[in-house]
Design a protein around this ligand. Structure first.
Ligand code: GLV
Length: 388
């Protein structure tokens, strides 16, 4: 096994092993990809304060997210088509998360179904819900997540309409892949992926196929999802979903202090400051830049998490020290999964944990509770001053 020292090591192997169309799916932002790029580069504008001669023994990265114990403040974010990055990808990622003691979030647009992941794991996972115009289907999905004992519902709010990612259109993205001459040529170089896929439990969208009338293949499904995301989603509907669910609710896709206040009013347990990994509104602020104003507006009344741009334990440290109660990783675990399956996700988590632990110690802190802005050097104008 190669020596893995950072998330980029996993990304290099991932790129080599996974079919181009799925690599491109994960590695794209919308339109010019400005927000996608700045999600990561903006972390570099924040510096850490090195402190010395502090007793470093007895360190721990353990914390809580929505009252649930986590071995570090990092959850696996919902990523569509994870089971196309690696055979049974959702099951493998969920098992890695369980082993590491961090939450796994299953996407509505997953390959392995809610039931398959529940059967393959022993601890509750979180379920991410997309709201569709078919209210009965959404209601059945919520009941299925309840039956599977999911311990939180993550409602995504920033994808009522899909942002355009150029490469997906050019690649003709589908699950399973459509066999065009260029796809076949590319698949022939990905034998490891192909062998795995031959043995996969499932190669289509497990939460949808068989649960929605008339959906049997990828072509139907593409058309269905385009028509099905609910363009009328509003705060009243969110309140109704919350009521049906009856358990912890996390609202994902908040990037503005006004929306954070709405999330608070609706009684969410947590919000995720997110721009969907730069995949939706290109030209929006990076999540880490949006975080301070949201914390200022609601941070003392609701748990605030962050996703989009986390590629290292130092990024986790910066977000948490700034005031986020937790972070979510998407691409960082997908690279590991595509590179080497469950072991790769475990490696991604190990890398992030090591970086978090060592950086925390070198800042003179031993526990997550001790982290605060005092360890950060944040540029004066980090949030930006915008004309009113
Ligand atoms: C779906 O969540 C996507 O970003 O493609």
């Amino acid at each position: 096994m190669p020596v893995i020292t950072c998330i980029d090591d996993l990304k290099r192997i991932y790129r080599h092993r996974v079919p181009r169309m799925f690599y491109d799916y994960a590695e794209s932002g919308s339109w010019t990809e400005q927000t996608f790029r700045e999600n990561t580069s903006d972390f570099e504008d924040i510096y850490l304060r090195q402190r010395v001669a502090v007793d470093m023994t007895g360190r721990s990265t353990a914390s809580q997210m929505i009252g649930q114990d986590v071995s570090m403040p990092v959850a696996l974010a919902p990523v569509g088509l994870t089971g196309m990055q690696c055979a049974d990808g959702e099951i493998k990622a969920a098992r890695a998360a369980e082993k590491f003691g961090v939450p796994f979030t299953l996407s509505t647009m997953s390959i392995n179904s809610i039931e398959e992941v529940a059967e393959a794991t022993t601890k509750p996972f979180w379920f991410q819900l997309y709201t569709m115009t078919d209210a009965d289907y959404v209601s059945r999905l919520i009941e299925r997540a309840k039956a599977a004992k999911c311990s939180a519902l993550v409602i995504t709010l920033d994808l009522q309409i899909l942002g355009q990612r150029h490469k997906d259109l050019k690649n003709g993205l589908s699950a399973p892949p459509k066999l065009t001459p260029s796809t076949i040529a590319n698949l022939m170089t990905k034998w490891r992926w192909g062998i795995g896929m031959l043995g996969a439990k499932r190669r289509n969208f497990g939460n949808i196929v068989g649960h929605v009338d008339g959906i049997s293949d990828a072509a139907d499904l593409g058309a269905w999802t385009k028509e099905s995301f609910d363009p009328t989603l509003d705060w009243n509907k969110i309140a109704k979903i919350k009521e049906q669910w009856g358990g912890p609710v996390i609202l994902k896709g908040i990037l503005d202090a006004e929306d954070a206040k709405m999330a608070l009013n609706v009684g969410a347990d947590a919000i995720i400051v997110s721009n969907h990994g730069g995949r939706q509104l290109d030209g929006a602020l990076s999540s880490i830049r949006a975080l301070p104003s949201i914390l200022e507006a609601v941070g003392d009344q609701i748990e605030v998490h962050l996703d989009s741009g986390i590629r290292s334990g130092q990024d986790v440290l910066k977000a948490v020290a700034m005031g986020a109660k937790g972070t979510h990783i998407g691409r960082a675990f997908v690279y590991g999964l595509g590179a080497m399956g469950q072991k790769g996700v475990e490696e991604a988590l190990r890398v992030i944990h090591t970086e978090l632990d060592i950086s925390m110690a070198l800042c003179g802190r031993r526990t997550i509770e001790e982290l605060d802005r005092d360890i950060l050097l944040i540029p004066e104008n980090f949030e930006g001053r915008w004309q009113g």
